[in-house]
Write a protein that binds this ligand. Structure first.
Ligand code: TYM
Length: 336
């Protein structure tokens, strides 16, 4: 990550349910590592959450819970800026300007909209369609240069770069950097524990498909024990994982948790069955994930303290975004 030394990190997560192992290995683990060296801004993206209907009481609680979960995972609000998006009006303001830069054709290509809108496209909100322009605004309101995300966000990052470049060219400036995605080499796409061809996701109706960061040690161990596999033993080389999505996923999770390359893991466990591999994986997962929910529950006993931290983070975020928006308005030709 040396190239980010002079840059600014921005990333976000939606408060739409429990964070899970995919969020953790695909993004949050990296967020934690980056905060020692770089200026990091991490956002609970509640404006994105309302692109699909939300129950206000549940949303309010989820914002706190996700903030607590991030802190419990290792995001330190003394080192990084942590806040929720709706407290910083510059996100929505810049998003509108970007709505007037991005082209329909660019948004029509977004696969996430197609997946989320499903067959009933006519009934999807305009917000769901314009979601990627808000995401571009999140990043560029801070002129962030590096964005640690899972692989599913890559297309949105490409659009962010297109919007930045189009804005720069429209207003004859080099105002916005073209932000780089930072995608992990292993576990960039953690798959469901019940189906190696679909992504681990908060919205899957079956809880057995994911490990939530709020799961107890027992729940984690049980879910790994019951994870779908095939009857073959593990191969001793990565090539042997081809066509075996469930085995690939479990080796990827092992790699993401341990920091060991897949080749290394396979050279140790090659030839062994899942009866040997799964208990080791379960122990590894429990040791890293179970302490998060204990810490999170402690933090949630003091909701006012979480609110205070989010408010402080929002003030810090606004201090960066407000002057940037003022310059954007100058460039666009608004008065004042
Ligand atoms: P969200 O809330 O869906 O997910 C948060 C982060 O977790 C990653 N992720 C995964 N990584 C690996 N395997 C998985 N199964 C998996 N599921 C989720 C996501 O890639 C993401 O990094 N649009 C974003 C939120 C956002 C954002 C931003 C991100 C809004 N504005 C600006 C970066 C910069 C989203 O819905 O993430």
């Amino acid at each position: 990550m040396g190239e980010a030394k002079t840059g600014r990190i921005f990333s976000g997560v939606q408060p739409t349910g429990n964070l899970h192992l995919g969020n953790y290995l695909g993004a949050i683990k990296n967020w934690i590592a980056l905060q020692d060296e770089f200026e990091c801004i991490y956002c609970v993206v509640d404006l994105h959450a309302i692109t699909v209907p939300q129950e206000p009481v549940i949303l309010r609680r989820a914002i706190r819970e996700v903030a607590a979960c991030l802190i419990a995972s290792g995001i330190n609000p003394e080192k990084s800026i942590l806040f929720n998006q709706s407290r910083v009006p510059q996100h929505a303001e810049l998003a509108w300007i970007f709505n007037c830069v991005a082209r329909l054709g660019w948004l029509n290509r977004m696969t996430q909209f197609k997946e989320k809108a499903g067959k009933n496209r006519e009934n999807a909100t305009v917000g769901l369609y314009a979601y990627p322009t808000l995401m571009a605004a999140d990043i560029l309101a801070y002129r962030a240069t590096h964005v640690p995300v899972g692989e599913d966000q890559k297309q949105h990052l490409e659009l962010t770069r297109d919007i930045a470049a189009a804005f720069n060219s429209m207003f004859d400036s080099e105002f916005f950097p073209l932000p780089e995605p930072q995608i992990q080499k292993t576990a960039a796409r953690v798959m469901s524990l019940r189906d190696g061809s679909s992504k681990m996701s908060k919205s899957d109706i079956s809880d057995a498909t994911r490990i939530n960061l709020t799961d107890s040690a027992d729940e984690i161990a049980q879910k790994i024990k019951r994870a779908k596999t095939d009857p073959e033993p593990l191969p001793s080389e990565a090539k042997g994982l081809e066509g075996r999505p469930e085995a690939t996923n479990l080796v990827g999770i092992f790699s993401g948790l341990s920091g060991r390359p897949a080749e290394d893991i396979l050279s140790e466990y090659g030839g062994q069955g899942f009866g040997v591999f799964k208990p080791v994986l379960a122990e590894l997962c429990v040791s890293q994930i179970a302490p998060i929910s204990l810490e999170m529950n402690k933090l949630l006993e003091q909701p006012d303290e979480i609110d205070r931290l989010l408010e402080k983070g929002a003030a810090q975020a606004q201090a960066i975004a407000a002057p940037i928006l003022a310059e954007v308005k100058q460039l666009v030709g608004f008065s004042g």
